[in-house]
Design a protein around this ligand. Structure first.
Ligand code: 13P
Length: 251
């Protein structure tokens, strides 16, 4: 059985004080919860505060992006070694908002993935088609192209910590998620491709999260699907009671 992951992507919300207020309320609600892994991805200026605050708990925190080089003249960027120096264990890579608003290509994501595994930072690789891809029957081609580029030249033995997040762009922030069946179909395609690229062990072990308008009232149905190993949650993760309710989803 793959342990499920409930992950919060806080995007550009919550300064350090607001992050601490959240954790003061949230941590007691999930104390001792071991059924699932819990991850929080705060904005860069709150990351170190959150990492320190969750250090003695089972919750882990990660960055929302990173550069692939350790240092250099790259204004505004954060490097893998800077992240490990503050105890960061996870990183989101290739989120559609990074691709849409920061010109991040899947070739960049490939470089970042290689850097993440080289520095023992577990990568959460985000994939997902646009509405036009789905409407024209190109969902599978899009997902395979994204995976092909992002995972190029990465050997199976480097994939142990890889997590994939399937986030259809048309479901992000819209309030209407993919149906559990539609999401599970996409997850099955992704798992098949992992099998073709890296073999059965990787395909079996890799956790594939669904993201896109996950809320307390739809999380259980989504997580019941056989290929869905967790959720990556934006808007509904900003409230401690809401995130805790999703951590305690019904099986
Ligand atoms: P929402 O949950 O707000 O739709 O965001 C999903 C997402 O982009 C998580 O990375």
């Amino acid at each position: 059985m793959r342990k499920k992951i409930i992950a919060a992507n806080w995007k550009m919300f919550k300064n350090p004080k607001e992050s601490l207020d959240f954790l003061d309320a949230f941590l007691p609600m999930v104390e001792g919860h071991d059924r699932d892994d819990i991850l929080i991805f705060p904005t860069a200026t709150s990351l170190s505060t959150v990492i320190d605050k969750v250090a003695e708990t089972r919750v882990r925190a990660g960055a929302q992006t990173m550069h692939w080089l350790n240092e250099g003249p790259f204004t505004g960027q954060t490097s893998p070694t800077m992240l490990t120096s503050i105890g960061c264990t996870h990183v989101l890579l290739g989120h559609s908002e990074r691709r849409l608003y920061a010109n991040e290509s899947y070739e960049h994501v490939n470089l970042k993935l290689k850097a993440a595994v080289a520095h023992d930072i577990a990568p959460v690789l985000c994939l997902g088609e646009m509405l036009a891809d789905r409407q024209t029957g190109y969902t599978k081609d899009t997902l395979l192209a994204q995976m092909g580029a992002a995972l190029a030249n990465l050997p199976a033995e480097k994939m142990e910590t890889l997590v994939i997040a399937y986030e259809p762009v048309w479901a992000i922030g819209t309030g209407s998620s993919a149906t559990p069946e539609v999401a599970d179909q996409a997850h099955a395609m992704i798992r098949e491709e992992l099998h073709a690229r890296f073999g059965p062990v990787c395909a079996h072990q890799t956790r594939i999260l669904y993201g896109g308008s996950v809320k307390p009232d739809n999380v259980s149905q989504i997580l019941k699907m056989p290929n869905i190993d967790g959720a990556l949650i934006g808007g509904a993760s900003l409230d401690p009671g809401s995130l805790a309710a999703m951590v305690h989803y019904e099986l």
